[in-house]
Design a binder for this molecule. Structure first.
Ligand code: BES
Ligand code: MN
Ligand code: MN
Length: 460
């Protein structure tokens, strides 16, 4: 450590790039899929891997058991007079399916054309690891951290963080912080430093529709019995009106609408509707009437069917009326919608709109709260300035349609300012095949982390 202390952050970070890459690839090799019981061991291995890493950086580390997957908590307290920053992230990842659409093994990371390709590369192992390396850079250049630093890295984010809220509520003193710093989001465009100030919430249900006790010959019974697939299709179609609005009564009651200043600010965001459509090979971008594409993506609540199943799926034609059908439906929510209330309204609406003769069962799968963070606070302004300096570009303020359920808990329970710094890109293929993190964004993420922590030193 000692011979590097005279180096600048930039010098150290660039000298150690190869080492920092090798370590991230090791982390990505651990298949820490939280949804899949086959991977419970790997989840633990990932938690222990982080424990070892953080101990090497002289943090005090605990791996804390929960009802499901462990939480990794680490801290390094420098001086009570300094600001305390809590970095939150998650080490769990999404499943890899459909595996056949990957060009390489999702858990055998490769670097190709300047991209790190692996499950978790951007969401969120790569981004959270950039902060761990940010701390390393500071320790090995300045010899000490500029702030008291805590890490809270969970293993259940992709399953809705079921055990995290109670952990935070029960450990307010341990977790106490002036600022919570998170990179589990994205920049609006390449080379554009971004602070995300709005996240959507989530209400997610599964609906089962049943009719006869068994599948029926469609010739012998067609026209005389209810068809669960026809019925479910009709129910799903009833969820939107002609204006692209969600038709569930009360759905918009609590919505804080896009403010006029926000509308103006969105026009200055480097976002092209044409490029957006082209990149996704789309011929149109339909949605709620009277709102721009960016407003719909960032600030309006939405409803989508995520999956649908039922009946004959095999080769050729089979003349049959299935006895049941199923759909998965999610709503993305905005402040101040309440996910429990929305789940109830949606379930009631589906039941009321079910065609005659069908039984409907609604299962609540999970939910998450939306969040908005202030843009004018001292800490956010300090972070924005630091990011601008690292990138040589002005920092942009953006919202996103994604959900990080714990953000609103940090605000209400820890009373901390939350800063969401996107280190990856919106099209990093999170949750998709060939998930990636650009090498430049990883390296710049490490520098950004160090710069932001330095800038937060005296915000207290
Ligand atoms: N990192 C994402 C959240 C995110 C996505 C933020 C896109 C910004 C842009 C997070 O890991 C995630 O996937 N969250 C889930 C919700 C959770 C309750 C399963 C999501 O948004 O679908
Ligand atoms: Mn994530
Ligand atoms: Mn995710």
């Amino acid at each position: 450590m000692s011979d590097s202390i005279s180096k600048t952050i930039k010098e150290y970070a660039s000298e150690y790039q190869a080492q920092h890459l090798k370590e991230l690839l090791d982390f990505l090799r651990i298949p820490s899929v939280s949804t899949d019981s086959e991977h419970v061991k790997d989840i633990r291995i990932a938690a222990q891997w982080l424990e070892t890493e953080l101990k090497q950086l002289t943090f005090e580390v605990e791996v804390i058991e929960t009802a499901k997957h462990p939480i990794v908590y680490a801290e390094k307290i420098v001086d009570d007079s300094l600001a305390t920053v809590l970095v939150y992230g998650h080490y769990d990842v999404q499943p890899v399916d459909p595996i056949e659409l990957w060009d390489s093994d999702p858990f055998d990371p490769i670097v190709r054309d300047g991209l790190i390709i692996a499950r978790g590369a951007t969401d969120d192992k790569g981004q959270v690891y950039a902060h761990i390396k940010g701390a390393e850079v500071l320790l090995n250049t300045d010899g000490q951290l500029p702030v008291n630093l805590k890490f809270l890295i969970e293993g259940e984010e992709e399953i809705g963080s079921p055990n995290l809220d109670s952990f935070i509520t029960d450990n307010k003193e341990k977790l106490a912080a002036d600022v919570v710093l998170i990179s589990d989001n994205a920049m609006v465009a390449p080379n554009t430093p971004t602070i995300t100030y709005g996240l959507k919430g989530l209400s997610y249900i599964e609906v089962h529709v049943k009719a006869a006790s068994h599948d029926l010959h469609s010739g012998a019974f067609g026209g005389g019995v209810p068809n669960p697939i026809n019925g479910l299709a009709k129910m799903i179609a009833s969820l939107h009106d002609e204006q692209g609005r969600v038709a569930v009564p009360g759905f918009y009651d609590a919505v804080i609408d896009v403010q006029p200043e926000e509308r103006e600010a969105y026009k200055r965001v480097p976002f092209s509707e044409t490029e957006f459509a082209e990149e996704l090979s789309l011929s149109a971008t339909p949605g709620e009437a009277n709102y721009s594409l960016l407003e719909r993506l960032w600030a309006r609540p939405t409803l989508d069917c995520n999956g649908i199943a039922g009946g004959f799926q095999g080769e050729g034609a089979k003349t049959v009326i299935a006895s049941e059908a199923m759909a998965k439906i999610s709503c993305r929510l905005v402040p101040n919608q309440d996910h429990e209330e929305i789940t109830r309204m949606l379930g009631d609406f589906l039941k009321e709109n079910a065609p005659e003769g069908l039984s409907v069962e609604v299962i609540d799968l999970h939910g998450g709260k939306p969040a908005l963070t202030p843009m004018d606070s001292k800490e956010v302004q300090a972070a924005a300035k630091a990011l601008s300096e690292v990138f040589g570009q002005e920092t942009i303020f953006a919202r996103t349609g994604g959900t990080i359920p714990v953000v609103s808990t940090f605000q209400t329970e820890l009373k901390a300012g939350v800063i969401l710094v996107g280190l990856g890109l919106e099209d990093d293929r999170a949750h998709s095949p060939n998930e990636k993190f650009d090498l430049v964004n990883y390296y710049r993420g490490i520098e950004s982390s160090a710069a932001v922590l330095k800038a937060l030193a005296d915000i207290k």
